[in-house]
Design a binder for this molecule. Structure first.
Ligand SMILES: Nc1ncnc2c1ncn2[C@@H]1O[C@H](COP(=O)(O)OP(=O)(O)OP(=O)(O)O)[C@@H](O)[C@H]1O
Length: 274
C-alpha cells in the first residue's frame, strides 16, 4: 500500500529555476490520475519528486511510510516506477527483452517470476513480437512501449507515465487505455502526464491541472473543461467534443462522443418534426 502525499512542496533546480511552489497533493493507492498543463508548468518536476529522482527544496514528499529525503532513488523505485518522457533517456540495452527483464531481475525476483513479469509486460504493451529486436530499430512510439513494459514488469505499487500518448496512433492509444484498465484492476496507482485531452476525458476521473509552478485545479473533467478561468490560466484546449458542443450552443456540459451524438440526433428529430 503506497499512498502519496506532497506537502507544501517548493522545488528549485541548481541553476536557480523555480519549478514548483506551494504544491500539495494526495494520491491514495489505486487511483488513476491525469496531470495536464502547458509546457514548463512543472508536471515532470512534480512526478520526479514522487519517485525520488528529485528531492524537494522545501516541504516533504511522503511515499507510503517513507519521507523521500531519507531514501535513495533505488529504494523508492521499488514502490514508484517512473517511465521517462523521452524513451531514449531510459533505454540502455540492445535487445527489447533484456531491457524489460532488467527491472524485475534487479528487484531480486526469482527466475520464474522474472520471466512471468517480462512476458506479461511485453504482451500488455503489444511488443511481444519485437522481443528480440534492438529497441533503436523500433519507432519512437514503440520505444515508448518498451520503456513502459520495463517499468510495469517491476510490479511497483505506483506507476508514473510521462507523456505516454505522444506520437501514438489509434492502436497505441487503445493499448494504453487497456493498460490503464489492467493496472487499475490490479490495484495499482497510475499517474499519467499527457497533452491529449481526448485521452484524458476518455480514461480519467481525476484530473490535476498545473500552470505556472502550481496546481490550479484538481477535479473531474466536467468541472475543468467548462471553467473559463481554469482553461485561460492553464492554456488548456478542451477536447474536440467540448469544442463542438460549444459551437453547437448545447446548453449543458458534454464531454463524450456518445452524449454529443445523442444530442445531435434528438435535436435533428425535433427539427424534422417541425
Ligand atoms: N534540469 C533542469 N534545470 C533547470 N531548469 C529546469 C530543468 N528541468 C526543467 N526545468 C525548468 O523547470 C520548469 C518546469 O519544467 P517541467 O519539465 O517540470 O515542466 P512540464 O510541465 O513537465 O513541461 P513539459 O510539458 O514541457 O514536459 C520549466 O521552467 C523548465 O524549463
Amino acid at each position: 500500500m503506497t499512498n502519496l502525499v506532497l506537502n507544501n512542496i517548493g522545488f528549485k533546480y541548481p541553476d536557480g529555476t523555480l519549478a514548483l511552489e506551494n504544491l500539495s497533493l494526495e494520491i491514495p493507492q489505486g487511483q488513476r490520475v491525469a496531470i495536464v498543463g502547458q509546457n514548463g508548468a512543472g508536471k515532470t518536476t512534480a512526478v520526479k519528486l514522487m519517485n525520488g529522482l528529485l528531492k524537494p527544496t522545501t516541504g516533504e514528499v511522503i511515499v507510503g511510510e517513507w519521507n523521500t529525503t531519507s531514501k535513495t532513488t533505488a529504494q523508492l523505485s521499488r514502490k514508484v516506477g517512473y517511465v521517462f518522457q523521452n524513451p531514449d533517456d531510459q533505454i540502455f540495452h540492445n535487445e527489447v527483452i533484456k531491457e524489460v527483464r532488467f527491472g524485475p531481475k534487479n528487484m531480486g525476483f526469482d527466475p520464474e517470476r522474472i520471466e512471468e513479469m517480462t512476458q506479461w509486460a511485453l504482451e500488455l504493451c503489444g511488443i511481444s513480437q519485437y522481443a528480440e529486436e534492438n529497441p533503436y530499430n523500433l519507432p519512437y512510439s514503440m520505444r515508448k512501449f518498451v520503456t513502459i513494459a520495463s517499468v510495469i514488469a517491476m510490479d511497483s505499487d505506483v506507476i508514473i507515465l510521462d507523456e505516454p500518448t505522444a506520437g501514438q496512433d489509434k492502436i497505441g492509444l487503445e493499448i494504453l487505455g487497456n493498460l490503464l484498465k489492467t493496472l487499475e484492476s490490479m490495484g495499482k496507482t497510475v499517474i499519467t502526464i499527457t497533452h491529449d485531452m481526448e485521452f484524458v476525458t476518455d480514461h480519467f476521473k481525476r484530473i490535476i491541472v498545473m500552470a505556472n509552478r502550481r496546481i490550479v485545479a484538481d477535479d473531474q473533467a466536467i468541472a475543468i473543461f467548462y471553467q473559463e478561468e481554469i482553461l485561460k490560466e492553464s492554456m488548456l484546449k478542451p477536447p474536440a467534443v467540448a469544442q463542438m458542443a460549444a459551437l453547437l450552443n448545447i446548453p449543458h456540459a458534454v464531454l463524450s462522443k456518445k452524449e454529443l451524438i445523442e444530442y445531435i440526433k434528438s435535436h435533428h428529430q425535433s427539427v424534422e418534426k417541425v
